[in-house]
Design a protein around this ligand. Structure first.
Ligand SMILES: [Mn+2]
Length: 306
């Protein structure tokens, strides 16, 4: 299946919400790994919008439970406007992170677009972590552990209001896949808010195929599917280039199946590729793997599909 699509690459070179420096180099590593060429080879029309600008990382300790809040707000506003503009112009934005705090700017833009276009929204959150912390629950104050909570309306006013409607999304619209590290207080909050999580135990017991069948169930022709791909979703054996490696993630084959099943729906309309950290990578292999998986997301398969 060849998908003819108009794609815009948006670089967000910052590690403002992370606990380790280096994700700011992620966008360029993805370009060096050939993301543009790979998508063009899939039949897509690709525009690289270059990198967004924002404040530098002051590397300060948290204040009132948040690290770098003002800078995180500035970066997310820039991401929100860029992603929203591409969607409004009928294009498929791929946000090249950057740390995962920027999922807030990206997904709030997708939610705003869906409200205006009368579309249903489904979000797949591929990650080792639930990213559902709040300032009371977080052990670190790093805002890359909070974007899902902020999207659901739990967080500082400046962040939760970025999309123009609070909350930006309903927790029922999210499916989390690959989760294997959730902080103690965060665990209770995930439970209380009833997030639908396919954690690694679920994938071990039931398999990636079954998890994805459920995560992708009830999509219809009017559904906008957003994929927020935190590269730490992958097992660190195959993807060492991230700031927060957690053992026991999806293997290469499980990750491929996950991406191919998403592609089969034909509904993906926006994508984040987050937390790639070239400072921790080995000869850019994690970026090359991310490009390989993104090709599958855009319909690359071993055989012609019936
Ligand atoms: Mn994440």
């Amino acid at each position: 299946m060849t998908l003819l699509r108009s794609i815009s690459l948006i670089g967000a070179p910052t590690d403002i919400g992370a606990g380790a420096r280096g994700a700011s180099m992620g966008p360029e590593a993805m370009r060096v790994a050939g993301i543009g060429e790979a998508l063009r080879a899939r039949g897509c029309e690709v525009q690289d919008r270059g990198n967004l600008a924002g404040p530098s990382n002051p590397w300060q300790p948290p204040v009132d439970g948040y690290r770098h809040l003002a800078e995180v707000v500035a970066w997310n506003q820039a991401v929100h406007e860029a992603v929203y503009t591409e969607l409004r112009d009928g294009r498929l934005p791929i946000l090249l992170g950057g740390d995962h705090c920027l999922g807030l700017g990206s997904i709030s833009a997708v939610a705003r677009h869906c409200r205006e276009a009368g579309k249903k929204l489904r979000i797949l959150w591929l990650d080792a972590h639930a990213d559902f912390n709040t300032s009371e629950l977080t052990p670190s104050g790093n805002i890359h552990g909070m974007p899902v909570a902020c999207l659901c309306g739990f967080g500082p006013k400046e962040l939760v209001e970025i999309g123009g409607q609070v909350p930006a999304i309903n927790p029922k619209w999210i499916r989390q896949i690959g989760i294997r590290s959730v902080d103690e207080g965060e665990k209770r909050f995930v439970h209380e808010q009833d997030l639908e999580v396919f954690d690694m135990r679920y994938i071990d017991e039931m398999g990636m195929r079954h998890a994805m069948e459920l995560a992708l169930a009830t999509l219809d022709a009017n559904t906008h599917l957003h994929v927020s791909f935190d590269v730490d979703f992958l097992d660190p054996d195959i993807a060492p280039g991230v700031g927060t490696t957690i053992p026991g993630g999806p293997t290469y084959r499980e990750a491929q199946l996950c991406m191919e099943m998403i592609a089969d729906t034909g509904r993906m309309a926006s994508l984040d590729v987050m937390e790639l950290n070239p400072a921790l990578d080995v000869r850019n292999k994690t970026a090359l793997l991310a490009v390989d998986l993104i090709e599958s997301l855009f319909g690359k398969s071993t055989l012609m599909r019936k």
